[in-house]
Write a protein that binds this ligand. Structure first.
Ligand code: ADP
Ligand code: MG
Length: 392
């Protein structure tokens, strides 16, 4: 499919942002953001996007993919007339808000307007914003279709379409909606696709919507962030909540993201922790949008130290300063492990990833180890390890 594939090294580069062809306005915003060097995906993707090429960018979570497409888009928009020229599709409301925030950050010296539209909140304020005219729309597919049907927005002048976190959008079953949206945008456009992984479905999506794309791939397809320290705690299933409470009390854990397999599981963990006097919040699909926003806000500001979430609610979220990710349940897919771990150790900071492994999860942990290409050290906590307590 690709006309060219660039495999960038994940190692240090000495090239600065100045060499990428960005204007002074954009470079100032980058400086304000505190970035000193482009990440490998930014280094490879930005010049190609500026040239107008379709680009498929593959790099693990936390490698700066948002800026990789946002910076060259801001560059393109600077100075143009006001009409919707850019559409960015994202899988979740949280990501939508986050990409919008990135846009505002990078466009602070450029007169670019941006609106985000996502479900779970009233249509009308979004409708007003869209009808007033914006340069950039960041949207989740379902809500965007609502607006298209009401003709709140037209994409006749669209120049750039971005499919962000493409793997996640497909996981969430958005393929028909994406198709619907793409049928509403001009065929002659630049299309950018970013994804942490490239399962065959993502490749098919790229083949369908991108024209002669350059594939930019950073690092190994499934390698977990290298700044993360991984540990596995063998523990019987019915002792997991006690182990979690014990670790939270014992270790210096500032900001902890706990993953459970189910929504019920997340609620149960929160109840257990509250019972042990540890304040925490749950985030999953059954929570209302205000509840989710609140939980995230409390977690970001440090009011709540522990956020318990399911994968759906969490993937792709950029929360800085997470010191620990805890897999309360071992993820069913090795790729999910990589994504979850991508929540900590983002950019250059260190993070720890603890995985609670019940006896029936040993095989899954082995699979994960094969995929990430490293053996994860086991930590035995006396009184919890199923080697030292009766496993039942
Ligand atoms: P991805 O989409 O690849 O998962 P994000 O775009 O959300 O990752 O970026 C992850 C984090 O890295 C964000 O907090 C972002 O501000 C930061 N970041 C992006 N580019 C750089 C850079 N060049 N230098 C330092 N930090 C960066
Ligand atoms: Mg992203």
């Amino acid at each position: 499919m690709a006309t060219a594939t660039i495999e960038a090294e994940s190692s240090e580069s000495s090239v600065g942002f100045e060499a990428l062809g960005l204007s002074a306005e954009v470079l100032s915003a980058v400086r304000d953001a505190g970035y000193t060097e482009p990440t490998p995906i930014q280094l490879q993707a930005i010049p190609l996007i500026l040239k107008g090429r379709d680009v498929m960018g593959l790099a693990q979570t936390g490698t700066g993919k948002t800026a990789a497409f946002t910076l060259p888009i801001v560059e393109r928009l600077a100075g143009g007339p006001r009409r919707t020229r850019v559409l960015i599709l994202t899988p979740t409301r949280e990501l939508c808000v986050q990409v919008e925030a990135s846009f505002r950050k990078y466009a602070r010296y450029a007169p670019v307007s941006v609106a985000s539209v996502y479900g779970g909140v009233p249509l009308e304020p979004q409708e007003k914003q869209l009808r007033a005219g914006v340069d950039v729309v960041v949207a989740t597919p379902g809500r965007l279709i609502d607006h298209l049907e009401r003709q709140n927005v037209v994409f006749d002048d669209l120049e750039v379409l971005v499919l962000d976190e493409a793997d996640r959008m497909l996981d969430m079953g958005f393929a028909p909606q994406i198709n619907r949206v793409v049928s509403n945008v001009p065929p002659y456009r630049q299309t950018l696709l970013f994804s942490a992984t490239m399962p065959p479905e993502v490749e098919a999506l790229a083949r369908k919507y991108l024209r002669k794309p350059v594939v930019v791939q950073v690092g190994r397809r499934s390698s977990a962030a290298s700044t993360v320290n991984h540990y596995v705690y063998p523990v019987p299933r019915d002792r997991k909540s006690a182990l979690l409470a014990a670790l939270l009390k014992r270790e210096a854990m500032e900001s902890v993201l706990v993953f459970t397999r189910t929504k019920h599981g997340a609620d149960r963990v929160v109840r257990h922790l509250e019972h042990d006097g540890i304040h925490s919040a749950a985030m999953h699909a059954d929570k209302t949008q205000p509840q989710r926003t609140r939980a995230l806000e409390d977690f970001k500001t440090g009011r709540v130290r522990v956020l318990v979430a399911t994968d759906i609610a969490q993937r792709g979220l950029d929360i800085s300063g997470i010191t620990h990710v805890i897999n309360y349940d071992v993820p069913q897919q090795a790729e999910d492990y990589v994504h979850r771990i991508g929540r900590t150790g983002r950019a250059a900071s260190e993070g720890d990833a603890f995985t609670f492994m019940a006896p029936d999860e040993i095989a899954m942990v082995r699979t994960i180890e094969r995929v990430i290409g490293q053996e994860i050290p086991r930590i035995s906590v006396p009184g919890f390890d199923f080697g030292t307590v009766a496993a039942d």
